[in-house]
Design a protein around this ligand. Structure first.
Ligand SMILES: NC(=O)c1ccc[n+]([C@@H]2O[C@H](COP(=O)([O-])OP(=O)(O)OC[C@H]3O[C@@H](n4cnc5c(N)ncnc54)[C@H](OP(=O)(O)O)[C@@H]3O)[C@@H](O)[C@H]2O)c1
Length: 342
């Protein structure tokens, strides 16, 4: 009987069969992966996007409810960031109390707000109060007038401020005091005057517009940086002390904003600086920063740093590698002094 010999695979045939099995295995793996993707990953992604979307929606709804009809007091409303905050909170439906030193400019703003059309139905005509933060008596009278007229304050935004340019050596203490009165003692007196009524209601929110210079000190800005460091410290203490009364405190620390701050800054002899600094001109727009303030308030953030990469890095450098920060600042002082001399 003839024996049937099993046919031997040639090496080429073996390789083809091996490749076939491999590609079959790969196909099965691919199918499994696609199956896993379509049954697990895609529903998980859709679910996550849905949850985030819902979370965002809830946050926006809560924020809208918080700001609508809230009595919001804004100091320094006649210019720059204060003016843009006024617009943002007006659109959000808040009852505004606009504060400034110049009655005419406040009335101009009221007219500007009334002419705005991009807002929901429930907007309120703002109330205006004229006072100088550097004069404690007028500050206390203003707080009394606000409480008399509106009954209470929900949100106080301490925004008004002045800046300073000069060397410590040439600057009289009267200039240091003026900057401290406007940026620190004024807002402190105003806050203290409104605080008891907030505590009584166990409701209120106090906002301080500080600065990156409340966290780091740059040469030739001594009075300003000192006033903002003091602001940061005071409102940090306040936050801790009034938490028990359910009062929120938010400190916003912007970098450079395109406003008139440097134009209005005072110099070593108390005169107006009157120069639009390059950094200020290249800063964020006031309306962008006002939106950050609106969200920070709406979400009851404790503090927000609104700055570009370099100022933010400088804040971390000051904390983590102070020696390097001091070297940079000394070099900056030398460069600025040289540029002024030339
Ligand atoms: N611009 C920036 O680069 C920058 C950066 C960080 C932080 N900030 C802070 O942002 C806040 C707003 O400043 P801004 O940039 O919008 O400057 P701005 O355009 O010069 O506005 C300053 C506002 O403060 C008011 N003000 C000044 N002194 C006052 C006083 N003694 N009593 C009452 N109100 C007074 C001004 O009112 P009048 O019309 O009466 O003068 C004006 O409405 C300030 O606290 C500032 O330190 C600004």
């Amino acid at each position: 009987m003839p024996t049937v010999r099993p046919e031997r695979e040639t090496p080429a045939q073996g390789a083809t069969a091996g490749k076939g099995a491999l590609s079959k295995r790969r196909n099965i793996q691919k199918a499994k992966l696609m199956d896993f993707t379509s049954t697990v990953i895609i529903p998980l992604l859709i679910g996550s996007v849905g949850i985030f979307g819902l979370f965002g929606l809830l946050q926006r709804m809560r924020m809208r409810a918080y700001l609508q009809d809230a009595v919001v007091v804004i100091t320094g409303a006649t210019s720059g960031l204060g003016k843009e905050c006024a617009k943002a909170f007006h659109i959000a439906g808040s009852k505004l109390v606009l504060c400034g030193r110049n009655s005419e400019r406040l009335q101009d703003l009221v007219r500007e707000l009334s002419a705005m059309t991009n807002h929901p139905k429930n907007v309120h005509k703002p109330y205006t109060v004229v006072f100088d933060l550097a004069d404690t008596n007028t500050v206390l009278n203003a707080a009394e007038e606000i409480l008399k007229h509106l009954g209470h304050v929900d949100i106080l935004i301490n925004n008004a401020g002045i800046s300073y340019r000069g060397t410590i050596l040439d600057t009289g203490v009267d200039v240091d005091k003026k900057v401290m009165e406007t940026n620190y003692f004024g807002p402190v007196a105003f806050t203290k005057a409104l605080l008891p009524s907030m505590i009584k209601r166990r409701q209120g929110h106090i906002v301080a517009i500080s600065s990156v210079q409340g966290k780091i000190s740059i040469p030739f800005r001594s009075a300003y940086a000192a006033s903002k460091h003091a602001t940061q410290a005071f409102f940090d203490c306040l936050r801790a002390e009034v938490e028990q009364f359910e009062i929120d405190v938010t400190v916003v620390s912007p970098g450079y904003i395109q406003t008139n701050l440097s134009l209005n800054a005072i110099t070593a002899d108390g005169s107006q600086y009157g120069v639009m600094d390059k950094n200020t001109l290249e800063g964020q727009t006031a309306s962008e920063v006002a939106q950050v303030v609106l969200y920070a308030v709406g979400q009851k953030k404790k503090e927000v740093l609104v700055a570009g990469l370099m100022p933010s890095l400088a804040v971390y450098l000051r904390t983590l590698v102070p020696k390097l920060f001091f070297t940079f600042m000394a070099s900056r002082a030398r460069k600025e002094r040289k540029a002024k001399a030339s």
